[in-house]
Design a protein around this ligand. Structure first.
Ligand SMILES: [Zn+2]
Length: 213
């Protein structure tokens, strides 16, 4: 199977799983991955219903947005995706969702602090909030990049969630963990006073995982 076909298949499969998991509704949410040479990007199309989406609906674009394959427009957030893929050579995929618990913290502008030990392994630590920028803008990607240092996920102010990964599967599972952590944080806030992962334990875990604060 050629690389383009494989990329379209992976983007479609991960998109449909994410939709079934409720990570986004309607035609919102968008996912992308680049090829190993970092020349082309497979990205979800703009405004196509997930129920009927097929591999051929996945758009192939260049990093500058030029459409190479596909009969639709690429996601309106292609500038955000390519800004991140251009700058972060260590990652190969970007997932953007509007998952409700996490997006509620994006609306109030509160980071999800380090409340679960698994957040270190999957997300690199807490879930920071990127400054507000307009949807569809390059600046949205740049504001996310600002807070994605030593982190694999962030909240986009008044908008949603962004995760990155070396593969699209990894970026997707991180989006699942962002929603899980946000849901637990939301419930914990109602249950009592929240205790963070003890600093000493977090330090030891970071050393074990080889990640920086
Ligand atoms: Zn969005």
């Amino acid at each position: 199977m050629d690389i383009i076909r494989e990329m379209k298949k992976k983007v479609l499969e991960t998109t449909l799983v994410s939709y079934d998991e409720g990570l986004f509704a309607g035609t919102s949410g968008n996912l992308s991955m680049c090829d190993p040479q970092r020349e082309v990007v497979a990205i979800t199309p703009s405004s196509i219903r997930y129920e009927t989406m097929s591999e051929d609906d996945i758009m192939i674009i260049k990093m500058d947005g030029t459409v190479l394959e596909g009969a639709h427009r690429p996601s309106s957030e292609w500038r955000m995706h390519t800004a991140i893929l251009r700058q972060r050579k260590d990652i190969g995929a970007v997932v953007h969702t509007h998952s409700p618990y996490a997006t509620s913290f994006a609306v109030v502008g509160t980071p999800v602090p380090l409340i679960l030990i698994e957040m270190l392994g999957f997300l690199g630590g807490d879930i920071p909030v990127a400054d507000f920028e307009l949807p569809g803008s390059l600046e949205l990607g740049l504001s996310a990049l600002n807070v994605l240092k030593n982190r694999n996920s962030c909240l986009l102010s008044n908008h949603g969630v962004l995760t990155i990964g070396s593969t699209i599967e990894q970026a997707h599972i991180r989006a699942v963990y962002v929603e899980d952590a946000a849901k637990i944080y939301s419930l914990a806030l109602q249950a009592g006073s929240v205790r963070l992962v003890p600093e000493e334990a977090a330090r030891k875990m970071r050393a074990r995982l080889g990640i920086s604060e």
